[in-house]
Ligand binder design. Structure first.
Ligand SMILES: CC(C)(COP(=O)(O)OP(=O)(O)OC[C@H]1O[C@@H](n2cnc3c(N)ncnc32)[C@H](O)[C@@H]1OP(=O)(O)O)[C@@H](O)C(=O)NCCC(=O)NCCS
Length: 360
C-alpha cells in the first residue's frame, strides 16, 4: 500500500508520551530460572533488561495516552479517533481503544489494529489516511503491548526477547510542511507461521490444548526483517519525494540491535541519530516505536524540522515505514503527574504469579 505526502491535508504529530511499567526483569533474572545467560542475550539481541507489567494492556495504553494528550494540551474529548496498535489486548471485545476512551472520555471512533510489531506504523498510516480524507481532524494513536502474558519460559529462544510497555502520539490535521509525508505498508501472508502467537484466538475450537505462547523461527524472521524493512523504508522515502540521505533520525522497531544497525547502514543514518532503547525494554512489539519516539523527542535527538523515518516489521509477516517531518515544537505544552498504582513485586515475581513451577 502506498500513500504520498504533499501540501495537501495530512497528520502532524503534536503530542507524544510513553509508559514503562516499573518492574524490571534483567537478563541475570532470566538466567536464574532458564538456561540462558547475559552474554548470549546481549550479543545476539542487544537486550539487557525488559519491563514486566503489573497492570493491564489498557492501563498502560491509557497512561501513555495521558502523557501524549498533555504534551499536546488537549483532552480525549478533542479526539475524533483513538487507535491502539496491539496484538495483546485485554479482551477480544471491546478493543483496548474503547477502554482508553472509557478512562479518558470522548465520543470519537475507537478501534484496535493488529499488525503485530508493525502495528504502530500501520495505525499512524490509518490515522493519517482518515485525516487526509477529512473523516477525522485529531487522533490519538497508541501502541501498547503486554507480551509477557505470552512468554514461554520453556522456550529460551523467545522468552528472552519480549517485554511490556506503551507509547502514544496525538496527531492533528495540517496543510503545512510538517507531519506524515508518506507511508509504505506491506505483508507477506506466505510467512504467517514463522512468527505466531497461538491459542489467544479461536483456533482452540478446532484443536485441543493450543498453548498461548510466542512461536518463532528466529533466523527466518531475522533474514526477512533486514531485507524487507530496508526496502520498505527506501520506498517510503521515495514516495515522499526525498532521498535516503535526507533522513535525519531513524526510529526503528526495537527487536534486535543487529537488525537496527543493518537498517541504519542501508539508510546511511549516523549512529547518534539512530535512537535505540532495546537494552532497556527488549521487544515491546507495537509499543516499541512510540516509546522510542517519545524518548527521542524528550532527549533532543528529534529536533525541530527533523526528518524522521519510522520502520517496523512483525508477525504476518508485516513490514512498513512512515516518513515524518517533525514540526517546530519539541517541548511538551503540559505535563501530567497522573500515575498508575505501583507494585512492590520484581519482574520475576510478576512472571512467577503467572507461570506455574517457576520455582519462586
Ligand atoms: C532470536 C535470535 C536473537 C537468535 O539469534 P541467532 O544468532 O539466530 O541464534 P540461533 O537461533 O541460531 O541459536 C544459536 C544457538 O544459541 C542457542 N540459544 C538460543 N536461545 C538462547 C538463549 N536464550 N540463551 C542461550 N543460548 C540460546 C541455540 O540453542 C543455538 O544453540 P546450538 O547452536 O547449540 O543449536 C535472532 O535469530 C533474532 O533476533 N531473530 C529475529 C527475531 C525477532 O526480531 N523477532 C521479533 C520480530 S518482531
Amino acid at each position: 500500500m502506498r500513500s504520498e505526502g504533499s501540501s495537501m491535508r495530512h497528520a502532524a504529530i503534536i503530542g507524544w508520551g510513553a509508559y514503562a511499567p516499573p518492574a524490571v526483569l534483567s537478563n541475570d533474572d532470566l538466567a536464574s530460572v532458564i538456561d540462558t545467560n547475559d552474554e548470549w542475550i546481549t550479543t545476539r539481541s542487544g537486550i539487557k533488561e525488559r519491563r514486566i507489567s503489573h497492570v493491564t494492556n489498557s492501563d498502560m495504553a491509557t497512561a501513555a495516552a495521558r502523557h501524549a494528550l498533555a504534551a499536546a494540551n488537549l483532552d480525549a474529548g478533542d479526539m475524533d479517533l483513538i487507535i491502539v496498535a496491539t496484538c495483546s489486548p485485554d479482551r477480544a471485545v471491546p478493543s483496548v481503544a474503547a477502554y482508553v476512551q472509557r478512562e479518558l472520555g470522548g465520543l470519537g471512533a475507537t478501534m484496535d489494529i493488529n499488525a503485530a510489531c508493525s502495528g504502530f506504523v500501520y495505525a499512524l498510516s490509518v490515522a493519517n489516511g482518515m485525516i487526509a480524507a477529512g473523516t477525522a481532524d485529531r487522533a490519538l494513536v497508541i501502541g501498547a503491548e503486554r507480551l509477557s502474558s505470552f512468554l514461554d519460559l520453556e522456550d529460551r529462544t523467545t522468552a528472552v526477547l519480549f517485554g511490556d510497555g506503551a507509547g502514544a502520539v496525538v496527531v492533528e490535521a495540517t496543510d503545512g510542511p510538517e507531519g506524515v509525508l508518506s507511508s509504505n505498508l506491506h505483508s507477506d501472508g506466505s510467512l504467517t507461521e514463522i512468527l505466531t502467537i497461538r491459542g489467544a484466538g479461536t483456533e482452540g475450537v478446532f484443536a485441543a490444548d493450543v498453548p498461548t505462547t510466542v512461536d518463532m523461527e528466529g533466523r527466518e524472521v531475522f533474514r526477512n526483517a533486514v531485507t524487507r524493512m530496508g526496502e520498505g523504508a527506501v520506498v517510503a522515502i521515495d514516495n515522499a519525494g526525498l532521498e535516503v540521505d535526507d533522513i535525519d533520525v531513524l526510529i526503528s522497531h526495537q527487536a534486535n540491535i543487529r537488525i537496527i544497525d543493518a537498517t541504519a547502514k542501508r539508510l546511511n543514518v549516523d549512529p547518534e541519530n539512530v535512537y535505540t532503547n532495546i537494552h532497556a525494554y527488549g521487544n515491546t512489539s507495537a509499543a516499541s516505536i512510540p516509546i522510542a519516539l517519545s524518548e527521542a523527542v524528550d532527549q533532543g535527538v528529534v529536533k525541530p524540522g527533523s526528518l524522521v523515518a519510522m520502520v517496523a516489521f512483525g508477525g504476518g509477516l508485516t513490514w512498513g515505514a512512515a516518513i515524518v517531518r517533525w514540526g517546530d515544537r519539541v517541548e511538551r505544552l503540559r505535563t501530567t503527574d497522573s500515575r498508575l498504582p505501583g507494585t512492590d513485586k520484581t519482574g520475576l515475581e510478576l512472571l512467577a504469579d503467572r507461570v506455574q513451577g517457576l520455582g519462586l
